[in-house]
Ligand binder design. Structure first.
Ligand code: FES
Length: 119
């Protein structure tokens, strides 16, 4: 007998996100970027702050995505900002994205339904 964890919800199918690609999904009225890094799926909050850079408009290089707005770089496996925006006024200040727990069940990608997401 299998149990179903109600704290996770299906957001996509694995076939929708090939290796090296990304997809935006919505959960709890939040945008989440799902990335396929070498066959493993990771999820971080989107968009990038403070200028609402849509990370899905960029490309994935290994496990790094670059914000198309101001150039911040994020590690999609952790949400960590590894390089701040290229603007004189921000002085490279790094704002991490939130990492969301992902599970894959068969062909389904599930995300943890965090209740306290705030970026
Ligand atoms: S909005 Fe992404 S670096 Fe500024």
């Amino acid at each position: 007998m299998s149990t179903y964890d109600l704290s996770f919800t299906k957001v996509a199918e694995t076939s929708e996100i090939p290796v090296g690609r990304m997809k935006i999904v919505k959960i709890n009225d939040m945008e989440v970027l799902i990335a396929n890094v070498d066959g493993s799926f990771y999820a971080i909050t989107n968009p990038c702050t403070p200028r609402d850079g849509d990370l899905s408009k960029s490309s994935l290089e290994g496990n790094i995505v670059t914000c198309p707005s101001q150039g911040s770089k994020f590690d999609v496996t952790t949400g960590n900002c590894i390089l701040g925006p290229k603007t004189w006024f921000s002085r490279g200040k790094k704002n991490d994205a939130k990492s969301i727990e992902v599970r894959v069940k068969g062909a389904n990608i599930l995300l943890h339904k965090h209740s306290s997401w705030s970026v």
